[in-house]
Design a protein around this ligand. Structure first.
Ligand code: ISE
Length: 334
């Protein structure tokens, strides 16, 4: 069976997904597209033999479409995801599931009312080989009880639209998801710590920032987020356990990384660093749909990640530790 996918949003990540779904993933084809930039959508549609529609809801409702992939800006995700649920079409939504917990909860309610899972959230790091072997080492108890996680999330530079909340809502949301997934616990509190500002960051942007995330069991996760680091897209994670550590890339020697010309092989952006993970993620989604199953990161995962990222934003504003307010996990999502 070939899954016919409609893609809404064909900007940078959306157009990469169109390419993957039409020529790299087995068992899928892209049949319909929409983008606010009509010309871009129609030229991509022509290149893959799809139809470019005038509006996103037309893609969702089209009889040419079995499943929908949403790669539009975050503030449109809730409405589009709910429109898919209303007509019972599986939907892959790029992160965040929605910018507010209220919108995420509406999605959970709609999905539970439908009666089976339809939504997968695009937390691609769970499909990265290195993250997966870290998860296996933790699950196999190789490093004993987990005590701490040290994470870095650095981008070369930030777009002009990037505000001081976005390190949490747009970037650290990935560490929030991977931390929950790695340790199998919810995050209960966040404290944002002010750091000396880089003179390379735009005037309006606090950069870098540091956040401490806490689990109920006492595990603490520190995340440095630095989105104008100049040299590369550098994502690191070290998990410290009672018996040892497991990390994405253990440092073996001294390294100095400065600017793109001296970045020591650090990739330029997430599209390169997580290119393989995106492909595995979409293949897994399509394979599942072929069997009528949606098993990747769920709406519940999307809701929790948004709740924790909002908690970080509150801590940024208050200057204090803030607690995460989550509903009880519905049995539907266990
Ligand atoms: C971007 O929006 C992403 O989702 C990337 O995965 C992330 O690493 C980057 O920091 C974000 O700006």
């Amino acid at each position: 069976m070939t899954v016919r996918v409609g893609v809404i949003g064909t900007g940078s990540i959306g157009s990469d997904h169109v390419r993957r779904l039409s020529s790299e993933v087995d068992g899928s084809t892209v049949t319909a597209l929409y983008d606010i930039d009509i010309e871009r959508a129609s030229s991509i549609a022509t290149s893959v033999g799809a139809v470019a529609f005038d509006g996103p809801i037309d893609v969702i409702k089209s009889s040419l479409v079995d499943a929908v992939l949403i790669a539009t800006p975050g503030e449109t995700h809730a409405e589009l995801t709910r429109a898919c649920i209303e007509i019972g079409k599986p939907v892959f939504c790029e992160k965040p599931l929605a910018p507010t917990t209220e919108e995420c909860l509406d999605i959970l309610k709609a999905e539970m009312a439908f009666g089976s899972r339809l939504v997968q959230v695009g937390f691609m790091r769970r499909y990265d080989r290195a993250y997966q072997s870290m998860k296996k080492a933790i699950d196999d108890n190789d490093i004993g009880d987990v005590l701490l996680l040290h994470c870095l999330h650095r981008n070369v530079s930030s777009p002009s639209t990037y505000t001081s909340s976005m390190p949490f809502t747009d970037s650290v949301i990935h560490e929030i998801d991977t931390s929950r997934w790695l340790v199998g616990e919810e995050l209960v509190a966040a404290t944002v710590v002010g750091v000396k500002k880089s003179s390379y960051a735009p005037e309006h942007l606090l950069d870098p920032q540091l956040v401490l995330l806490e689990c109920a069991s006492g595990i603490v996760i520190d995340v440095e987020v630095f989105v104008n680091c100049q040299y590369g897209y550098d994502v690191r994670c070290e998990v410290v356990g009672e018996l040892g550590v497991v990390s994405l890339d253990p440092p073996q020697s001294t390294a100095t990384m400065m600017t793109r010309d001296h970045a020591g092989g650090v990739p330029p952006d997430w599209k390169v660093r997580f290119g393989d993970a995106y492909l595995v993620e979409l293949q897994d989604w399509i394979d599942g749909l072929g069997q009528g199953v949606v098993a990747g990161p769920s709406s519940w995962d999307g809701y929790c990640a948004t709740a924790v990222s909002q908690c970080c934003v509150r801590s940024l504003g208050s200057g204090h530790r803030e607690t995460v307010d989550l509903i009880d996990r519905p049995a539907f999502y266990i």
